[in-house]
Design a protein around this ligand. Sequence first.
Ligand SMILES: *Cc1c(COP(=O)(O)O)cnc(C)c1O
Length: 386
Amino acid sequence: MAVSILDLKRQYKQIEKEVTASISKIFENQHFILGENVSKLEIETAEYLGAKYCIGVASGTDALLLSLRAMGLKEGEGVITTSFTFFATSGAIHNAKGRPFFVDIDPVSFNISPAKLREFLESECDRAEEGVVFKKDKTKIKIVLPVHLYGLPCEMDEITSICKEYNLKILEDSCQAFGSEYKGRKAGTFGEASAFSFFPTKNLGGAGDGGLISTGDENLAKRLKKLRVHGSERRYYHDEIGYNSRLDEIQAAVVRIKLKYLDKWNKKRAEIADLYRAEFERVKEVETPFCPSHSKHIYHQFVIRAKRRDELKAYLDQKNIGNMIYYPVPLHMQTCFGFLGYKRGDLLETEKAADEVLALPIFAELREEEVKEVVREIANFYSGSR
Ligand SMILES: *Cc1c(COP(=O)(O)O)cnc(C)c1O
């Protein structure tokens, strides 16, 4: 039996009527840019997250880029982040004219390691008036960008206290974590700002590209709203150069509908994750993802560590069992970032994870027999009975 890694058609069936009604209303009104769906979504997401302000933008990547700009990142300044993430995290830093500094991950959570962050700050940086300075070449570093990878929040208490101590700002990359919680608070409410993505395959996805920024800072919110419309507050008067980065009405309408179902869908994902865990108990070659009791994981991805990962992947491909490697090449080893000067061996846990991880099918409508089939095939692979 083939199992798809993600089948969005099953989700669409549940909301088809609502979506078509809402979209046809937009066409009747012919109001496609910054209309009532965007402003309502901004209010509804702020309420859902427990954030003061939300600002819709064109993508998760832009949410990062505009936030970095609004938070005052200047040309050549550093941003500390993880190398084990989707490309956009450090692509946005570069496109905001900043320079990424990579810190290794915690091997259990796959998220940036607070201990390694502290070690980097203590051994390689000097304190400065604002943030720190990288000793080797005096690069100013003002921002830390943790990524809540696969839907599991980073250890925000530790990260926040380190950042306070060193006077660093936090921008969260919550693109995989809409609805995740850390100690009862939603991911995306810990930093000065947080970026979300509505890319169709995310837990809360639109019908195309879309993104959102949350912040508790009124001035930052104002600046972000200005940056998304070419830097103008009053039309045709520009006191800074911004972007064309709006969330469009159709995306906002779809996301608004899905937001109502999000908790239900995230709960289903967590149940599927539990089923996987129970089923995998008999497969000792597989390590299932860990979630500390103080966090709520939304399982944007269900990612295992597997022995002989590449062979397993080839086997599952051949059996039509959906699977993906997120991410095969850490960012510090990407050709395009060669100029940053990193090499293999610099971030050992990140490199090890890239060689061992494998994402398996997970979505709210995935059926119990499909989960069992995935595990059965993986068990078959390891027992040699193929
Ligand atoms: C998806 C994603 C992004 C980028 O979002 P887009 O909407 O595709 O631009 C950034 N960071 C992470 C971790 C993501 O998963």
